[in-house]
Design a protein around this ligand. Structure first.
Ligand SMILES: Nc1nc2c(c(=O)[nH]1)N[C@H]1C(S)=C(S)[C@@H](COP(=O)(O)O)O[C@H]1N2
Ligand SMILES: [Mo]
Length: 438
């Protein structure tokens, strides 16, 4: 046998040398275990233990599930948000574990007023009636025959963060901001169907009604319907999940999640809003004056630091380590144009980098490379206070908590988008704090 190394082997070993050298060079910045120049990692060079036997047959999980080691990455719920009834409750998304801008379907937050309905797609019917020339009842197949579009949008419950007007309630990113998720939706623009049915000129509003136990109904102004309202059946490349309204839901990109009626059964066009005829629950906001805002639709520009967060602390980092701070920004009114990051609770800001796709009414990921200072202290001698602030192309900028409270008081639940702060203590633990006066 020729015991000269083949060219391939040489190439492979010099590649290993290269990585060894890079690993040593970057050991200051990265917190992995670095090797002495002459040794290789034994397990990697030979078989690690899981490579010493056959793996699972490919027939095992014909619908795949995450690695068993990811078992902690789940939606979560709490009695505090449920009044003890988990059928009329919410389970929130582990945003701290999110990557990119898509929420996997099994982690998409789920809010239901009457439990999750399970609908046989063969029995599903959608009725579109009221002020249209040709009212219609569609089967699912008939609905899917319309030309479809695929769009990436977040859905956010307007109560996201709504427990925290007075002070932080949850020392958790998942619970303080997890009433939202982002997915790639496939469906049909309602305006496409209306071309076929013919809208009568008197039509001003569209009632959307769900077929679940809560029979949730919401009226939507016609402008939005004719702009980008969709009926969707696809979620991240597969059918909607039951929790998201299988087989079909309404999607109003950027607008309050509660308007995106799930388990949709009918759309009725009308010259007046439904609640003018029949009282129903609507989300309103009580102002300090005692008057309430009766209509608000789009979720305002917002952002959060994702890493670090209370669930993703910096406890394994030390002075001099380089770390990528990551966050999300979103606006129901348009596209994120810029995100600023502060290390002193909002007194001074630096500009973060927008990462990857930057799409309208969609989560936008941002990041900033940062060198950990001694004791996690800012140059002002105080512990780091990480605050992010986003801007959108509709011209809005996130308010400070003080600005928001001055305007809205603290009695409201909905549409809280004031800048949020994490304090990093001397151990690198991250805590949710609220800074009023900036
Ligand atoms: N039919 C029906 N649609 C519904 C609801 C409901 O209970 N029933 N909940 C609404 C609320 S309050 C929100 S925030 C969103 C949540 O959507 P998701 O469960 O897909 O996250 O759905 C909305 N659509
Ligand atoms: Mo909601």
């Amino acid at each position: 046998m020729d015991n000269k190394k083949s060219e391939k082997d040489l190439e492979a070993s010099s590649r290993r040398d290269f990585f060894k050298k890079t690993a040593i060079m970057s050991a200051v910045a990265l917190s992995g275990t670095s090797l002495a120049a002459s040794e290789d990692d034994h397990a990697i060079m030979h078989h690690p233990k899981w490579g010493q036997t056959w793996g699972d047959p490919i027939t095992k999980n014909l619908y795949g599930v995450p690695s068993k080691y990811e078992h902690n990455v789940t939606r979560r719920y709490t009695k505090l948000l449920a009044s003890g009834n988990y059928r009329a409750s919410i389970a929130v998304t582990p945003i701290h574990e999110s990557e990119g801008i898509i929420t996997p379907n099994g982690l998409f937050f789920s809010r239901a007023h009457g439990g999750v309905a399970h609908i046989d797609p063969n029995e599903f019917r959608l009725m579109i009636h009221g002020l249209v020339e040709k009212p219609i009842v569609l089967t699912l197949d008939q609905l899917k025959r319309y030309p479809s579009v695929t769009r990436t949008h977040f859905i956010e419950c307007p109560a996201n963060g709504g427990q925290e007007w007075r002070a932080p309630q949850f020392n958790s990113l998942q619970f303080s901001k997890g009433f939202m998720s982002c997915a790639q939706w496939t469906g049909v623009y309602i305006k496409t169907i209306l071309k076929d049915l013919g809208l009568k000129p008197e039509a001003q509003w569209m009632l959307a009604e769900g077929s679940d136990n809560s029979e949730m109904g919401r009226t939507v102004p016609l402008d939005k319907v004719l702009d980008d309202a969709m009926i969707v059946w696809g979620q991240n490349g597969e059918a909607l999940r039951p929790e998201q309204g299988y087989p079909v839901r309404l999607l109003l990109p950027g607008w309050e999640g509660n308007l995106c009626v799930k388990w949709l059964k009918r759309l009725e066009f009308s010259d007046e809003p439904w609640y003018a005829k029949e009282e129903t629950s609507r989300y309103t906001a009580l102002k300090p004056s005692g008057k309430a805002i009766q209509h608000f639709y789009a979720n305002e520009v917002n952002s959060t630091v994702v890493k670090p967060s209370p669930e993703k602390p910096w406890t394994d980092l030390k002075e001099g380590d380089v770390v990528e701070i990551e966050g999300l920004a979103w606006s129901g009114m348009g596209t994120i144009t810029r995100v600023d990051l502060s290390f002193d609770g909002g007194n001074n800001y630096v500009e973060a980098k927008l990462k990857g796709l930057v799409l309208p009414k969609c989560w936008t990921r941002w990041s900033y490379l940062y060198t950990i200072p001694k004791g996690f202290k800012h140059t002002n001698g105080k512990q780091l206070l990480l605050t992010s602030r986003a801007m959108d192309d509709a011209g809005y900028i996130q308010p400070t908590v003080q600005q928001e409270v001055d305007m809205m008081g603290v009695e409201s639940i909905y549409h809280r988008n004031g800048i949020e702060t994490w304090e990093v203590n001397e151990k690198g633990e991250v805590n949710h704090v609220q800074i009023r006066k900036v």
